[in-house]
Design a protein around this ligand. Structure first.
Ligand SMILES: NC(=O)c1ccc[n+]([C@@H]2O[C@H](COP(=O)([O-])OP(=O)(O)OC[C@H]3O[C@@H](n4cnc5c(N)ncnc54)[C@H](O)[C@@H]3O)[C@@H](O)[C@H]2O)c1
Ligand SMILES: [Zn+2]
Ligand SMILES: [Zn+2]
Length: 361
């Protein structure tokens, strides 16, 4: 039977989000209905609300979630009712050119549910990143459900569904950080701090955290940064060079995504080092730099989408490491809030007071 549940919807650009009743269809072939246990508030939810992604309002927000599979549709054999899952926005198709070339993390045809969830009057909802998990339940493609250790705290492991995975993967997968590397991270919000955790796990022996907010630098240190640079008073490039024997870092990660921070990342790395852009620039931003610098400094300039992750490979592994006490993922959960508090959480996020607010259902 189709069900009615509560969901947080954004109806129009810049209007506050609303907690309303939504309709969830029964899962069709290849689909699953998931009862949400927890969902983190990510910057991208706010970007949807502000019209920064597209204008397909109304949006059903929320996408960093964990929950229990309630029902599955025809042909689903990867998950079953009762399974504890983290939701992902990269259910790879296995058939596109990227998948066939053995690079499924670039999949061009990732799966989402085919049926639509709707408002009570039948208006179709656009779920954020194909998930829509600020709701009691949501409808997704079964491939968006990744089974993990069911004893893990959903508020913590749900964050792997987006920002924490994006950050950790930017260091481990995109940046290929390895033992003995020096790593610098510009911007220590939830994503930048996750790159620090990823760099530490990968064996980096020098991790330099750079931010304009002293509180963020304290949190970064708590999560594994070995050195900090206050970007309001120091020259970032000189400071990174001074902390790396005059060379620059092997890998510099820009977790802000602005022309000035990317330039700092470019010049703060060692010759033939790697720059990873994980912060998302806006379409109006441009870069003006001497082309010869690209040539003469060599190395690798990369962007990281969702940390080049493969949810089926990475989520269970990271949950296991967290459960063993080897990953401090619980430190990303700054506050636990209710489904009616999402608008307030956007404000708290804007003021830089949290790494993550997590809605508990
Ligand atoms: N690539 C992906 O797949 C992916 C996934 C999720 C999020 N993101 C992006 O990652 C970025 C960071 O997300 P977040 O949740 O950590 O955001 P956030 O707002 O929590 O953190 C940004 C941090 O950067 C700092 N900062 C801002 N300007 C700075 C500057 N000039 N120099 C140094 N520090 C500066 C801020 O003080 C803050 O601590 C966003 O652009 C977000 O859209 C990318
Ligand atoms: Zn594919
Ligand atoms: Zn996100």
């Amino acid at each position: 039977m189709p069900q009615q549940v509560r969901g947080v919807v954004s109806r129009a650009k810049d209007a506050p989000v609303e907690l309303v009743t939504i309709n969830i269809p029964d899962p069709g072939p290849g689909e699953a209905v998931v009862a949400i246990a927890a969902c983190g508030v990510c910057h991208t939810d706010l970007t949807y609300r502000e019209g920064g992604i597209n204008d397909e309002y109304p949006f059903l927000l929320g996408h960093e979630a964990a929950g229990i599979v309630e029902a599955v549709g025809e042909g689903v054999d990867t998950v079953a009712p009762g399974d504890f899952v983290v939701l992902n926005w990269r259910a790879v198709c296995g058939k596109c050119r990227a998948c066939k070339r053995g690079r499924p993390w670039y999949c061009f045809d990732t799966h989402n549910a085919k049926q639509k969830m709707t408002l009570e009057d039948g208006t179709e909802l656009t779920p954020a990143l194909g998930i829509g998990a600020f709701a009691d339940k949501t409808l997704v493609a079964a491939g968006q459900c990744t089974k993990v250790d069911s004893s893990a705290d959903p508020a913590v492991v749900g964050l792997l569904g987006c920002g924490v995975m994006a950050g950790m993967g930017a260091a481990m997968n995109t940046g290929n950080v390895t033992r003995g590397d020096s790593v610098a991270v510009i911007g220590c919000g939830g994503v930048g701090d996750a790159t620090i955790v990823g760099a530490r796990l990968a064996g980096a022996n020098r991790i330099i955290a750079i931010d304009r907010d002293p509180k963020k630098l304290d949190w970064a240190t708590d999560l594994g940064a070995t050195h900090t640079v206050d970007a309001t008073s120091a020259d970032v490039v000189e400071a990174v060079q001074a902390l790396t024997g005059g060379f620059g870092a092997d890998v510099v990660i820009d977790a802000v995504g602005r022309p000035e921070t990317w330039k700092q990342a470019f010049y703060a790395r060692d010759l033939a080092g790697t720059v990873v852009l994980v912060g998302v620039p806006t379409p109006d931003m441009t870069l003006d730099m001497p082309l010869v610098d690209f040539f003469s400094r060599g190395g690798s300039l990369k962007s990281s989408w969702y940390g080049d992750c493969l949810p089926e490979r990475d989520f269970p592994m990271l949950v296991d490491l967290y459960q063993q006490g080897r990953l401090p993922l619980e430190k990303f959960v700054t506050e636990r809030i209710g489904l009616g508090d999402v608008e307030k959480a956007f404000e708290t996020m804007h003021q830089g007071e949290v790494l993550r607010s997590v809605v508990i259902l």
